[in-house]
Structures are given as C-alpha cells and as structure tokens.
Write a protein that binds this ligand. Sequence first.
Ligand SMILES: *Cc1c(COP(=O)(O)O)cnc(C)c1O
Length: 642
Amino acid sequence: MDFRAPDDHGMVDACFLGPYGENDSLLEKLVLEFLRDHVYWRRNFHPEDPPAIPTAAAQRPGYLQLEARMRRELHQLSAALKQSVPFHSPRYLGHMVSDLLLPGLAAQILTLPYNPNNVSEDAAPVTVDLEVQVGLQLARMLGYRHDPKLPDCAFGHLTSGGTSANLQALRLALALKGFAVALRAAHVPAEALELPEDDWQAFNLSPADAIALLAQWNEWLAQQPGNERRKWRGRVQAQRLEQRGLHGFLAAHPQLRVPMVLAPATAHYSWSKGLKLLGLGRDRLQAVPQHGMRMDAAALVEMLHACERAGQPVLMAVGVLGTTEYGGIDPIDLVCDARDEAARRGFGTCVHVDAAWGGYLAALFRNPDGSMRTRAEVAEGFEHFPSERVHAAFAALGRADSVTVDPHKLGYLPYGAGAFVCRDHRAMPLLSESADYVFHSESPGDYLAHYRNLGQYTLEGSKPGAAAAAAYVTHKVLPLDHTGFGQLQRHSLLAAEAFHARARKFAADIADVANACVPFEPDSNLVCLAINPRDNTRLADASDFVRRLHDELRCNPKQPLQTREFFGSVTSLHVAAMDPVDAQDVLKCLGLARPDEEDDDALVLLRHTLMNPYLLDRENGISYIDRYFEYLEGQVRARLGT
Ligand SMILES: *Cc1c(COP(=O)(O)O)cnc(C)c1O
C-alpha cells in the first residue's frame, strides 16, 4: 500500500475532532471559551438590569423536577444517538459525509445561542454579511468575478442543501427566459431599449443577453420620474411569467412552449422534484445520453438542434460535476460550448452545473492568488487525477450561468448547508418578492446593501445564520485554494486512487470465485465496485448477492454498532438506460447475460465515498482500504462457501 503523504505540515491533523476524538481538548476549550464569552455578552447588554431568575430558583421543587426531566431525556437521547452512523471513522466509506471540520463546528456552536436568522439583516446584523461573503468565497473558487465593485459580480447564498439550490437555478433561468417576453408584452417605449423582434427571439435570448437587457431597462427606469417609473414597473410586472403563471403566460404567447431541461440520466432526483414543483412537469426533463457515465456533449449539441427545429425552447442544460452515484464529471467546457454555439443561432439556453458533490474539488485547481493551476501542477503526486477532460471541466466552471455546491458534502460542514451561486448578480432581482426588482444603478458600490433582505431572493424564509458563520469561518481558516481546502481534497483523491488500485488487486485475488470490476474509471473520489459470483449469469442474482454483502455494511438498529466492521453504500445501474457499449462492457466483465426486456435491469453495485483523511493512517501504518478489501474478500468467500 502506498502511503505517500501530502505534505501539509500537520495542518490536516488540526482540522477534525478525529476518529478517536484525538482533538477533544481543543474542541472543549473552544466551546467553553465561547460559551463564557456569550454569557458575558448577555450580562453586558444592560448590566443595570438585575437577574430575573432568582438566585435561589435552583432549589425550588419545580426547577429541580424540570432539571431532572431534562437530564433524563438528554441522557436517553445521547444513549440513543450511540446507534448513529459513525461518519467520523475511516471505516466509513458510505455516503457523501465524513467528520466535521472543527472551525465550522466551533463557529456553528458559538453562533447558535445568538440564534441569528439570515432572512434579513434586521434579524441577523452580522451573519447576513457573512453569508454574502461565503457566496463570494465560493464564486472565487469557481472562477467567477467576485469583486463586489464590478457591476456584473457573481452572487451566491446558502440553501438548505443541493436540492433547493438546484430549484433556485431553475427559478432564475425561467425568470430570465420570461423577462424579455414581458418587456415586449408591456409595450415598453422603443426609446428605452431595443427589444427582440418576436416572442420566440425574446424567449430564446442567451442568459447573458437577457441580463444585459434587464440592466439596460433598469438604467432607463432609473432616469424616469417616480410616477413613470412605478407605472412602467407595474406594467412589466403584470406581464411576467411569475405574475401570470405558466398557463396564463403561454396562453398569451402562442409562439412559445413549456421549455425543456436537458440533464444526464444519472442526474440527481432533485431535478425531477424541481420540474414538478415549478409546474413544468417531469415530461420536460430529457435525458442526455452518456458514455462511461459522463454526458455525451455531441449528443447534447444534437438535442439542442433537434429542439430548435421542433420549436421547443430549452430552459437549461445541466452538467454534473461529480455525479451522486459514480462521481463522474461531465464535460462542462463542451456543455458551455454547446450553449454558446446555440446562442449564436438565436437559441439561447442556460448552463447550470450541479456541483453539489464535486464543487469543493475546485479548490485544488486554484492558486492562492485566485489563478487557475495547470493540469501538470494539479496532477503532482497523483497517479491519474485529474485527466485532461476533468481539468478542462473545472477550468470551465466560470463560464456556467450558475452552480450548486454543497458545503455539507465535500465542505465537511454540518447539515443543512448547500449553496447556489450565479455568475452575474444583476439577474437576482428577478427572483425578488418585492415588486422593486431594481438594483438602483446609482449605488453600484453597495453590493452588500442589495442583499440585506436575503429572504426576498431565497426559497427559504427564516434560515440559520449559524450555518453561514460556519461556512465563512471555515473558508477563512482553510482558504478555497490548493494550499488550504485543497489539502483536504488531496487526501481524499489520494485515497480514491489507492482504493481503485486495491480494487483491481481484489478482483484478481477473488477471480477463482467471483468476477469483480470497477465499472467506470472514477473521475473523482467516489468509486463503485461490481461483484458477481463466478458461475452466475443472471443479473438479478448478482444484484441479490451484492445486496446481501451490503446488509453487513450498514447500520442495523437491532445490533450494536461494533458488530459492523465497515460501512458502505449501494447504487444501481439501469442496464437498459445505459450507453449500449458501456452496458456490454460491464456485463462482459461480470460474466452476466443481458437481462430480458421484462426483467428488472437494475444491477446493484457497492459504492464508496472516500472522504476521510485517515483512510490511510500514516501514524500507525494502517490502511483501512486494505482492511476493507480483506474483509470484503472474506465475506465473498464465506457466502460462496470457499
Ligand atoms: C447530493 C446531491 C444533490 C442534492 O443535495 P442535497 O443537499 O441532498 O439536497 C443534488 N445533486 C447532486 C449531484 C448531489 O450529489
């Protein structure tokens, strides 16, 4: 086993509470220090106010009873939680979660008793700012303009998770699509701005052109006297898709149709939820073909042409940066090329990158000064990562119209912290609940001021300021470049490469009893493993076999946690929906026959997320990856009676 250590001078060792709780005294010290600090704050608000809870209250029976009940319930909760999934352990290789970063955990605990509500600055004078800063920190990592003095600076905010960030992307894309149509329908004066000739052109402006039009419109409005401004704003508002509803809007514009969303078949199910919720309907979600579980960009180009010919507008093309099931990275550069080429033909659509999983890997690709690192620089110390393809995808992130990235996944922060980031913040007022969707161009410098009422723009109303504090502090302590956060991602990717190599050895070791393979070359730190007993050719039986292996690799509430050696997860490949060449490769390597049409075509795979920095424990020379495969081999042999 290769134990090459990324040379971080011990930095990563201070990042987590640790598998053994090694950093317990550090966390204790921090929690106690800031709890005391909070109490001082309370006392110093108006120290002339006497204590309202009597000093002797703790001796009264009601107090004692309540305290006793509280203790009893807390003890029971604490005991019950011992059945939790041990995310902190290097024996945990399951879902997209690992130990929590101490700076984030401490910042969150520190902030909780102040209970800031990031719905608006009134309820969170400190943490709303921090949330807007987090948006800029992420924007910088992704390669967006992040200087708030620039008129077209990016903007990002936190969400409850990737699901609502993706929904936010759909809302923004739809608002942009409909806006120019509304301007036409409101018969805005020709001297104000030059409008597209017809509804089709207006609906199919590129997002960049739609934002430019919006900016131009706002400038014109700002020059009008107050009553004129209100009148025109009201007229346009009355024509907007958001005002009329999809049905009313389309009835008024018969040239248009409900737009389509193009996403790879392996896209997260939040996309289906989003289309249902927006009333577009799941029928409008079309799967873009894939090769090796990555989007086939040529097929996307073809689909855009076909939609255009059919008079079918496209709301967005979704590229995934780290698919939930296989960690595959779509060719974001080619997806953006496809968008730009279609825009030149007058068939505008937006590109959203769902980087809920892989977004934080972008830190590895950035220098501290914010510049992009070359492939050779990033690749140093890795065996394969990043392929040219993967490097090109990360380099193109700044071209996407918007991005989802989850701090509660590869950002190692507590749930629920997702983030939505868009390339040009001037589009955001289209989402605002107040009719005043103008960012007054008189105050271009005051970027933060626009977002004081953050809840105007977000799906959520009340939202935790503590999550913003956690993300902000974490990004300050571990900057989002290769010297900071990148060090963590480096551990993760090195572990993934070690895991992949060890999986090949595992396949060779058990070849006498079973066929095993890693079905797709991993692009990132998620690696799947397919296993089939040697003499079996039925797909359903192979899936059963893997399901039974997985039963030993997950929590069983009826048994103590310690009866579990390792934790993993599963996913399934739908053979019929796969690229035929890919499907044939997988079936062949496993020795499986193609399932009949009427059979269930789901091939169950073991899925491993490699986030824990101690998978290769360099202190003790233990490879939990080796141990996992030794355990797995034992399980396979035991089940096959060899
Ligand atoms: C996890 C994930 C989501 C959903 O994010 P939640 O935080 O679970 O809501 C969306 N897309 C991708 C690619 C994901 O990995």
